[in-house]
Design a protein around this ligand. Structure first.
Ligand SMILES: NC(=O)c1ccc[n+]([C@@H]2O[C@H](COP(=O)([O-])OP(=O)(O)OC[C@H]3O[C@@H](n4cnc5c(N)ncnc54)[C@H](O)[C@@H]3O)[C@@H](O)[C@H]2O)c1
Length: 329
């Protein structure tokens, strides 16, 4: 039987690269696409020898063409960390609006099923806790995070419109904080930030009093949820995340213990619109997909710490991504 073909956008990024590995492992032909604006070919270089893997360096905010048959599309291209989307706000708005539109068009033309990566950020600074899929969110459209949050909200709206008006097979995953190997140490997210600081022998920076909460999902659990959602018949958004909540202060203490660093916690003022609480209600994923996160934080953190420890000194001290300039227009 001919192998099914899947297009994965954002293939050179953190989540996209893990998805490429999973689908190759499941005997798919994988077409990766990425413009490398925040991703890195290092994340997928081991896949290039695979006969069923091909890669296009391409900006999906412009017209997307892929020759041949396409059974599935996973749209994961988008800057995802605040330091990225604050630096490249227009590209962030474009990839989830124009980019999603292009990929929905491609899905229609190829008769493919498409799953788009949405985010817990569509809930903004939530007034409902934990967040169920029915909650509409509390987003400041013109705040610094608006470029990401509103683009993702538009992405959901246009995806649903293609489902309703064109009968396209669509799926929407709302991803909560995810971590694991291949995250960038310098991407500004709290987990790599703490581990990076511990590895460099710096104090761990906590914003505010550290009472804001997060919940961290290990990458393999997320990929499993996405896999199950893609092959389900459920077209409305589904939260995928770990529902074990922890305050940032407690989390910093866990990292200090994990890494054995002698450094301490230092406190800085809270950035604007930083959500105070973040925890998914995953009842829908449990009921509709039979999905539950399986990997304990202690286990996932150990694997991730080993990955970060294996990086070079250059990676450890690299401050930010250096490919932005060529994309700023
Ligand atoms: N990591 C998380 O915790 C998290 C949480 C919620 C949602 N998400 C979503 O998951 C997806 C992947 O996030 P990630 O953490 O892997 O981020 P990432 O930055 O590691 O990966 C994103 C990839 O998309 C590529 N990209 C960006 N704009 C592009 C464009 N116009 N054309 C082609 N490629 C482009 C980047 O080069 C990068 O390789 C994003 O859509 C993000 O919004 C991630």
């Amino acid at each position: 039987m001919a192998k099914k073909t899947i297009l994965i956008t954002g293939a050179a990024g953190f989540i996209g690269s893990h998805l490429c590995e999973r689908f190759l492992g499941e005997e798919f032909r994988v077409v990766g696409m990425d413009n490398l604006i925040t991703g890195d070919l290092k994340n997928i270089e081991h896949l290039f020898k695979h006969a069923d893997f091909e890669f296009y360096e391409h900006d999906v905010s412009t017209f997307v063409h892929v020759p041949g048959n396409l059974d599935y599309i996973l749209h994961f291209a988008s800057p995802a960390s605040p330091i990225d989307y604050l630096k490249i706000p227009i590209q962030t708005l474009k990839v989830s609006s124009l980019g999603t539109h292009n990929l929905l068009g491609l899905a229609r033309a190829k008769n493919s099923r498409i799953l788009v990566a949405s985010t817990s950020e569509v809930y903004g600074d939530p007034l409902v806790h934990p967040q169920t899929e029915e909650y509409f969110g509390n987003v400041n459209p013109i705040g610094p995070r608006g470029v990401y949050d509103e683009a993702k909200r538009f992405q959901e709206a246009i995806t649903m419109a293609y489902h309703t008006f064109h009968g396209l097979e669509t799926r929407i995953v709302r991803i909560f904080n995810t971590y694991g190997p291949k995250m960038r140490l310098n991407d500004g997210r709290v987990l790599p930030a703490f581990i990076g600081q511990a590895l460099r022998g710096e104090d761990l920076t906590v914003f505010g009093e550290g009472q804001q909460t997060r919940s961290f999902c290990y990458i393999d659990d997320l990929v499993d949820g996405i896999y199950k959602l893609l092959f389900s018949d459920y077209a409305k958004p589904v939260n995928i995340g770990n529902n074990e909540e922890i305050t940032i202060k407690e989390f910093a203490e866990e990292i200090i213990e994990l890494t054995g660093t002698n450094q301490k916690i230092v406190y800085k003022s809270l950035p604007q619109d930083d959500p105070m609480q973040r925890k998914p209600d995953i009842t829908k994923a449990q009921e509709v997909l039979g999905w539950n996160p399986k990997i304990k934080r202690s286990e996932g953190l150990k694997i991730t710490y080993e990955y970060f420890k294996s990086l070079t000194k250059d990676d450890l001290y690299k401050k930010e991504h250096n490919t932005f300039e060529k994309y700023i227009r």
